[in-house]
Ligand binder design. Sequence first.
Ligand code: FAD
Length: 339
Amino acid sequence: MQKNIMVFLENTKNGFADVSLELLCKAKSLAEILGSKVIGLAVGHNLTGLEKLGVYGADKVVYIEDEELKLYRSLPYSKAVISAIKFYKPYIVLFGATHVGRDLAPRVASNLRVGLTADCTELKIGEYKVGDKIYKDQLLQIRPAWGGNIIATIVSPESIPSMATVREGVMAIEGVDEKRVAEVERFQVQFSASDLVTEIIEQYEEEKKVDLKKARIIIGAGMGAANETTMEMIFELASLIKAEVGGSRPLVDAGFLSRDRQIGQTGVTVRPNLYIACGISGQIQHLAGIMDAKRIIAINKDKDAPIFQVAHYKIVGDLMDVLPIMIQGYKEALKYTEK
Ligand SMILES: Cc1cc2nc3c(=O)[nH]c(=O)nc-3n(C[C@H](O)[C@H](O)[C@H](O)COP(=O)(O)OP(=O)(O)OC[C@H]3O[C@@H](n4cnc5c(N)ncnc54)[C@H](O)[C@@H]3O)c2cc1C
């Protein structure tokens, strides 16, 4: 049996969702271990450039084209994906944990009576042993559990395919090969009136105001920065060093930052070159979002704050003292470099 990996490709107004491309790259590396192929599953109407998904690792793209699939609707999309899974019999199916993926994947899993792990932060191939029984080539679906206090590895050895959703930004875009081209194969699905009971009258998409995922420098603000004066200093420093501002969940909950700036397990996963953690204690749920930052500077007045265990540069001090020094320092440095 060929253990192929299928990736649901979510189409958006601006092309395929980043998470779909990230998942193709991850699927490629897992398929190499399994000696299998990566199948992208594109569902929509008038989609173009499907062969280019080979660049990210798709060997084949199965395209279900129908005018009824122009915009996402739960019932026809579920039917399309279920039909393709039944026909192509993949060993693993991956979805982005987007609004669409979170609606679609459980419908598909429950129809096929297979396991589904939501919001994985890592995927691996490995063995699973119960007593004397060894299940080989299992999809190890790794994610924080119990409020982030443990990292659980979940397997569904008795059901095929194994299915998982993964949040945007968690997997890296890597192993890209500009010369690789995917084979595109059309697949037909017939819809009945009962699949089309909902009608989309108007679609409204809110533009993203911040894109933390693409930021090279991020200043992360925590509850230690939860006052207007400190937040103003953080934004001033950010504009000086061309950084984006993100923050911890309680700071967002307290209304100091918008929800799209929340970093961590239930926010965005970021991978900047530099992350400056200002007044962040460093709880596991926050760290889950910054573990791929190349360099971390932490500023905290508590020398024992857990953030210092992951920081590359540690500044023990009060933000009210440290931030003005940094701002002044960068202003001086900029004057020097502008000369
Ligand atoms: C299921 C679940 C999901 C969660 N998801 C997320 C998530 O996605 N993202 C997230 O961030 N959290 C998340 N949390 C919350 C998480 O557990 C922590 O509560 C949170 O990260 C703590 O935020 P904080 O570091 O800003 O605040 P605190 O833990 O209160 O830390 C504030 C820090 O600031 C320091 N400080 C205070 N004043 C100053 C000052 N003047 N100068 C310098 N330092 C100062 C303190 O020493 C302290 O270390 C989640 C929790 C649960 C249960």
